[in-house]
Design a protein around this ligand. Structure first.
Ligand SMILES: [Zn+2]
Length: 236
């Protein structure tokens, strides 16, 4: 898909001016700008690419690149059009088109008490009602191994490890069993799921379904049920 070629100077200034709002890690910034360069600066709205191509072009390892792409999709920098064995097709958004950075103050990042306004910005670890909502969403099954959970065996884990992404939103938290929580540690979810499959704890079909669920989660498609309480502010 073609669109009008952008002025590189204008785009670079826009990117730098919005940088404080973008809140990109060094890895995500490199990956985003590389994708921007090969799409919008070439007059293309969408880009088809493989993770290995992206890793080679950015000189970053494939695993880090893969997770950077997931974070960029989750945060709205990229819109996932298609994903297959051949690679990804994404629409690369311009800095001023990214929903999360299009408006609002630069120097604050309020986590509003009103869930209906800022649901996605809530820290789901801070409030019991929000933690319960994560457990309810998984319906008593471990997000990873699908084993049954009880109140005493369940816990909450980060899909993208905290060391990589300080994100306590519902997009990055799941209800899981203590065994998965311990075994996953700082591994990416995909690596843990593949290990479960190799250990015979997931079938091939379950592995595929869990990988899809993991992608859907990061993309914000697995909203937990709305807690029927007024939440306190989670702003620091
Ligand atoms: Zn489990």
């Amino acid at each position: 898909m073609k669109n009008k070629k952008l002025s590189a100077e204008r785009l670079w200034k826009q990117f730098e001016d919005l940088a404080p709002r973008l809140r990109l890690s060094a890895t995500d910034r490199v990956v985003y700008t590389h994708l921007l360069r090969h799409s919008r600066l070439e007059g293309k709205l969408q880009l088809r690419f493989s993770i290995s191509w992206l890793a080679q072009g950015t000189a970053i390892c494939t695993n880090s690149v893969r997770w950077a792409v997931r974070r960029l999709i989750a945060r709205g920098f990229l819109r996932l059009v298609e994903r297959s064995k051949a690679g990804h097709v994404v629409e690369v958004r311009l800095p001023d088109q990214i929903p999360a950075v299009a408006a609002g103050p630069v120097d604050t990042y309020p986590l509003c008490p009103n869930r209906t306004d800022h649901f996605e910005e809530q820290d789901f670890l801070k409030h019991p009602a929000l933690r319960r909502a994560i457990h309810l969403r998984e319906r008593g099954r471990c997000f990873f191994c699908l084993g049954p959970l009880t109140v005493s065996t369940r816990c909450i884990d980060h899909v993208i490890p905290l060391v990589e992404l300080q994100d306590n939103s519902f997009r990055n938290l799941v209800s899981c069993c203590r065994k998965c929580n311990s075994q996953k540690s700082d591994l990416p979810a995909e690596a843990h799921l593949r290990r479960l499959y190799n250990d015979g704890r997931l079938t091939a079909a379950q592995l595929t379904a869990r990988l899809r669920a993991s992608d859907a989660l990061v993309a914000g498609k697995l909203c937990p049920p709305i807690p029927p309480v007024k939440l306190p502010s989670s702003a620091a």
